[in-house]
Design a protein around this ligand. Structure first.
Ligand code: GDP
Ligand code: MG
Length: 162
């Protein structure tokens, strides 16, 4: 079937907003894949004529203790079920220990991993995203899921990768 892109990262970095942004731009059909739990909803997405399934991993987010372990587990799960993984970090916060733990897991993956530096609502914030090279996942793509800023560049990279 279609290649699967899983979106992972800490709570509140903007994963769901980014997923909605990608779907809205393509006016894609949003559907719950039968047999998939609500924690791992797959949506039909399309960019530049390439169709792919987009998995928002929001349901795995804990709200208190064990955050780092939970995000690492989320990354492990994504690696085992997806063709590529998109790690979303909050560029206004920078790389936290939880982001680093997720990146460590993802670096072991044989799957391609892309890094989205979200909440770059303003050109002035782009320079800050260079610090995210430290996660060892290659080029950070600065985006604003909220405003749509640069999401096309990220999606170009996604479809090149899938
Ligand atoms: P998730 O928990 O990772 O799925 O994050 P959400 O998509 O639920 O977003 C968490 C919060 O961050 C919400 O208040 C969003 O409106 C906000 N947010 C998401 N993307 C952006 C962005 O690009 N810029 C700003 N300023 N806020 C954002
Ligand atoms: Mg979410």
């Amino acid at each position: 079937g279609q290649p699967v892109l899983a979106v992972v990262g800490r709570p509140n970095v903007g994963k769901s907003t980014l997923v909605n942004r990608i779907l809205r731009r393509r006016a894609a059909v949003v559907q719950d894949t039968p047999g998939v739990t609500r924690d791992r909803v797959a949506y039909d997405a399309e960019w530049a004529g390439r169709r792919f399934a987009l998995v928002d991993t929001g349901g795995w987010e804990p709200n208190s203790s064990g955050l780092r372990a939970a995000v690492s587990a989320q990354a492990e799960m994504a690696m085992s079920t997806a063709d590529a993984v998109l790690l979303v970090v909050d560029a206004t916060v920078g790389a936290t220990e939880t982001d680093e733990a997720a990146a460590r897991v993802l670096r072991r993956s044989k799957r391609p991993v892309l890094l989205a530096a979200n909440k770059v609502d303003d050109e002035r914030l782009v320079a800050d995203t260079a610090a995210l090279w430290s996660l060892g996942l290659g080029e950070p793509y600065p985006v604003s899921a909220l405003h749509g800023r640069n999401s096309g560049d990220l999606l170009d990279a996604v479809v090149r990768t899938l």
